[in-house]
Design a protein around this ligand. Structure first.
Ligand SMILES: Nc1nc2c(ncn2[C@@H]2O[C@H](COP(=O)(O)OP(=O)(O)OP(=O)(O)O)[C@@H](O)[C@H]2O)c(=O)[nH]1
Ligand SMILES: [Mg+2]
Length: 177
């Protein structure tokens, strides 16, 4: 017998989230942690070819609300290699949220010689004009960062402190849901 209408749970809202940034910035490591892939935090580096899509559920208190809600996440872990970066908005044209991962200072990256105070390649911040700045975030892996770049908030994260990644992620999701 089908469940009574009152006991049926509605499907959680599905959010498409893009994780973009330089090669070796730490996108895959962060994505694996968020999707709770066992043993995900290791120091090995395997460049992502094209993209990976990770699906998982999470719970969040939407901005301005008091009650927690369930959200289904479709996390796009996109390759930072230059030849793929141009495809990011083609692969996911209308994401609900975009996270730019700024590499730690020790990483050798394509934009490693960026101007001081520039966390991520300014051109990237033009890639998703339809996504409101509050539904975007820069995950910075070093100190001395600015509060925002192009109106996009900066969250300080550290791969050695996985909680910082989860906290920053939920903060973006809360504004996008
Ligand atoms: N400190 C620390 N570094 C880590 C950890 N996990 C991964 N890394 C480092 O993070 C770097 C980036 O790895 P990935 O996450 O695969 O990089 P990515 O941004 O996905 O790179 P592309 O797929 O090429 O775009 C690697 O050099 C790893 O050494 C960790 O738990 N702690
Ligand atoms: Mg990767």
């Amino acid at each position: 017998m089908p469940p009574a209408a009152s006991s049926r749970k509605s499907a959680p809202q599905k959010l498409q989230v893009c994780l973009v940034g330089d090669s070796a910035a730490g996108k895959t490591a962060m994505a694996n942690h968020l999707a709770e892939i066992a043993g995900s935090l290791s120091t090995s580096y395997t460049p992502t070819q094209g993209c990976r899509v990770l699906e998982f559920d999470t719970r969040v208190v939407p901005a301005g609300k008091t009650r927690e809600t369930s959200v289904a996440i479709e996390l796009w872990d996109l390759s930072g290699q230059k030849r793929y970066a141009a495809c990011w908005p083609v692969l996911v044209p209308h994401p609900h949220a975009v996270i730019y991962v700024s590499a730690p200072p020790e990483a050798t990256t394509a934009t490693g010689a960026a101007a001081p105070n520039t966390l991520v390649n300014p051109r990237w911040l033009q890639l998703y004009p339809d996504v409101a700045p509050e539904q975007q975030a820069i995950f910075a892996q070093h100190d001395g960062h600015r509060a925002a770049q192009d109106g996009i908030r900066v969250a300080r994260v550290d791969l050695r402190n996985p909680e910082s990644i989860a906290e920053a992620f939920h903060s973006v999701i809360a504004r996008a849901v």
